[in-house]
Design a protein around this ligand. Structure first.
Ligand code: C2O
Ligand code: CU
Length: 449
């Protein structure tokens, strides 16, 4: 059950420090470009939609891997079509290794299991159904590939697409045979809009060893783990905790604050199974050991930010059927003064999800991603009237390590410490609920040398 025996792209394995050259050849009937999610790369290597190539064209990527070991991924990023193309399979994992990680001797080989979780809907011929129309494309493109019209489709294009079947590595809920050894489960929420609240069915805690940007300083334990679209978590699991013949399963637990409008048969925040294991074989006898120090992680010091006392505020807004940031929808080449930063500095940014200016005061969660860097989460604040719903999610948020994507729940303000340390240029930041991104919840920031 490798992720790549499916509609997903191949797993790309890289070493820190390595030089990479990748050639993208567009054999689609529409523009595309590939983004390396989580990697620190120069802006023309990052897969910005301004670099999308037409049918039959090529794009050559060449960069050095600066990232720490971790679970990253890649996916299509042409403006207005990201949701459509990722849904149909233009995504895959990118695993980086380094010496610090190798020294820990974490489970490797087939005990290192990447698990890409996605939801999809199928038609009677077992073909993907993608109900959103997409934005910014001609009408002929909009009708291609099942993109319907009308209210349902408009709703899906705005609010997001939820599938009613859960796939792991491209296959439906299945029982995987595992022996009683320790495994590293690298979870990626590769869904367009759905958020997962993952837990073991018997209440065993999850041992988290890594987040978006690689290993934590030390293992952390959670009863459940909440992953918004594009977030990753590295889970260490000793299957010797279960006996031969038992079937531990990962499931998604109910929560509030997900996408509720027009959500179909499997609403966001409902309960469902994700992946089942079946324990085979009785050995080994000695329990596996996980080191209690994992990696060097610099302490978070918000005081390094040039605006430590005055965070930059990014309001997630919705105007007349378009999402935006501070009221502005996506503009391909623009960045405002607030969105302009200086190379070599750190800033505090605050994402606010308060439904300002929104239709009917509607607020839903957003999964905010910043390109080209990893950041640290330094604070969260929830508005009183959302506090009860928030409690169904909060204990499962993992803010400890390096992040490139952070879930911002309804009524929440999330403060992050962002360092612009590597490259100058124009980079994106956006909601990773792909239909939100495609319909305007995306902007550029400009790093000036
Ligand atoms: Cu994975 Cu611009 O995103
Ligand atoms: Cu969003």
């Amino acid at each position: 059950m490798q992720p790549s025996d499916s509609y997903l792209g191949p797993v790309i394995r890289l070493r820190r420090g390595q030089r990479v050259r990748i050639e993208l050849i567009n054999e689609l009937p529409e523009p595309t470009i590939i983004h390396w999610h989580g990697l620190h790369v120069p802006d023309d290597m990052d897969g910005h939609p301004r670099h999308a190539i037409g049918p039959g064209q090529r794009y050559v990527y060449a960069f050095r891997v600066l990232n720490r070991a971790g679970t990253y991924w890649y996916h299509a990023h042409p403006h207005g079509r990201t949701g459509h193309q990722v849904y149909h399979g233009l995504a895959g994992l990118l695993l980086v290794s380094d010496e610090e990680e190798a020294a820990l001797r974490l489970p490797g080989g087939d005990q290192d299991m990447p698990l890409v979780i996605q939801d999809r809907t199928f038609d009677d011929d077992n073909q993907f159904v993608y109900p959103a129309a997409g934005h910014g494309m001609g009408a002929s493109m909009m009708s291609r590939g099942g993109g319907g019209r009308g209210m349902g489709s408009m709703m899906a294009s705005m609010m997001g697409v939820l599938g009613d079947r859960i796939l792991v590595n491209g296959r439906q809920v299945q029982a995987l045979d595992v022996d009683r050894r320790a495994r590293r489960l690298r979870l990626l929420n590769g869904s367009n809009t759905r958020t997962y609240k993952l837990a073991w069915n018997d209440g065993s805690p999850l041992t988290v060893i890594g987040t978006d940007g690689g290993l934590l300083a030390a293992p952390a334990h959670r009863k459940f783990l909440v992953l918004g679209p594009a977030e990753r978590a590295d889970i260490w699991t000793d299957f010797a905790n279960w006996k031969e013949g038992e079937s531990p399963s990962l499931q998604s637990l109910p929560f509030e604050g997900g996408m509720t409008m027009g959500s179909g048969p499997l609403p966001d925040g409902s309960q469902f199974p994700v992946l089942q294991f079946r324990i085979v074989g009785s050995g080994p006898v000695e329990p596996a050991r996980l080191p209690d120090r994992l990696a060097q992680l610099p302490p978070v010091q918000a005081s390094v930010a040039i605006n430590a006392e005055h965070p930059k505020v990014f309001d997630l807004t919705m105007g007349m059927m378009v999402w935006g940031i501070n009221g502005r929808p996506f503009e391909m080449l623009q960045a405002t003064a607030q969105e302009t930063v200086k190379l070599g500095t750190h800033e505090v940014w605050e994402f606010r999800n308060e439904g300002r200016n929104s239709m009917m005061g509607m607020v839903m969660a957003h999964s905010m991603h910043i390109h080209g860097l990893q950041f640290r989460v330094i604070g969260r604040e929830i508005a009183d009237r959302f506090a009860a719903a928030y409690r169904t999610v909060q204990p499962g948020l993992m803010d400890e390590g390096w992040k490139d994507t952070v879930l911002v729940m309804p009524g929440e303000r999330v403060r992050v410490l962002v360092g612009f340390e590597d490259y100058p240029g124009l980079f994106l930041y956006h909601c990773h609920m792909l239909e939100h991104e495609d319909s305007g919840l995306m902007r550029n920031y400009l790093v000036k040398a």
